[in-house]
Design a protein around this ligand. Structure first.
Ligand code: AKB
Length: 313
């Protein structure tokens, strides 16, 4: 029986991933690890631990206590927050990953660790960005993603650690808010459309970025982790894509459901970050290796997001 630890469980991805893992592997076999934030009632329905992933001894204590064999390491400082405090982004993102990989080596654990479209930069081809391409990010968050990818690949090659990962696009979800990313507007716009019928966006209306609805992201993440090891040909991180759209296209889609909705634009420092990232991603390697296929397009995602958020807010 699997025994899974999700680090960063209270974040945007963890809030959806933990319940899905518990459905599959049993409530008591999935430990949600938080650091400072309080877990939701849903997360508290199973085992919860509080620890700092930057503290290897504390992490080891949790691994031993629950006999953990698999870690999903989701804790991270994202792109926008990372630009406000690059030292913190390096410390949090790199130290925790090194701790997880060292524990994985010493205790034969399987690891999921996500990279991001932030690993790419202004010198990367922006359309249908290939799996293997230039990685010269312009943010500290992106630097930690490139360094992390290389570290994962190193631990796989040198020590045989079964570490797998995906370069997540912007993720759209209704359970927990993203915190400190550049793609956060694609979530905030839904909350504001329902609450205020208007939203002031911090990037231009023609900004196009790769995005994905959370159910697809969770499905792909678990699918990658469950795939036979012989199918995994990429140990840095897989390109992983769903949909690409401009903010204007998203606003127009929301308008179909809320006709009074208006979106205005006031770009700030996050525009330069968005402009340095790809518009679309070629994820054919993931599709070929382990059968990745997204389900949600812009229309289907928008409809579902509004329905779920209406119940919530
Ligand atoms: C961010 O905007 O920083 C994140 C990401 C794309 O990794 N959502």
């Amino acid at each position: 029986m699997k025994s899974i630890l999700v680090i960063g469980a209270t974040g945007q991805i963890g809030s959806d991933l933990v319940p899905e893992l518990r459905k599959r592997y049993g409530n008591s076999n999935v430990v949600a690890m938080a650091h400072k934030s309080q877990p939701s009632a849903e997360l508290s329905a199973g085992p919860v631990e509080f620890a700092d992933a930057g503290d290897k001894e504390a992490l080891l204590g949790v691994v031993k206590k629950h006999n953990i064999d698999t870690i999903y390491h989701l804790a991270s400082i994202l792109s926008a927050k990372g630009e406000q405090n690059p030292d913190l982004a390096w410390k949090v993102n790199m130290e925790s990953l090194k701790n997880v990989l060292d524990l994985a080596r010493e205790h034969k654990l399987k690891v999921f660790w996500p990279s991001s479209i932030a690993a790419f930069g202004p010198t990367t081809p922006r359309d249908k960005t290939p799996q293997r391409t230039v990685l010269e990010p312009g943010t500290m968050y992106g630097v930690t993603k490139v360094a992390g990818e290389l570290l994962c690949n190193y631990y796989f090659k040198k020590y045989g650690v079964d570490v797998r990962g995906l370069r997540y696009p912007g993720l759209i979800s209704y359970k927990a808010l993203p915190g400190g990313g550049t793609t956060d507007y694609a979530v905030a716009i839904f909350y504001e459309a329902l609450k205020a019928k208007r939203y002031e966006c911090f990037v231009r209306e023609d900004t196009v970025l790769p995005m994905m609805y959370m159910p697809d992201a969770i499905k792909g993440t678990i699918q990658l982790m469950e795939a036979d090891a012989s199918k995994i040909t990429i140990r840095t991180n897989y390109n992983f894509a769903g949909i690409s759209f401009s903010v204007k296209e998203l606003a127009n889609e929301i308008k179909k459901h809320i006709p009074e909705f208006t979106c205005t634009y006031k770009p700030d420092f996050r525009q330069a970050i968005a402009d340095s990232w790809p518009r679309s991603i070629d994820d054919s390697q993931a599709r070929k290796d382990w059968g990745w296929k997204h389900e949600y397009d812009l229309a289907k995602m928008t409809k579902d997001m509004l329905e779920k958020l209406r119940e919530k807010v």
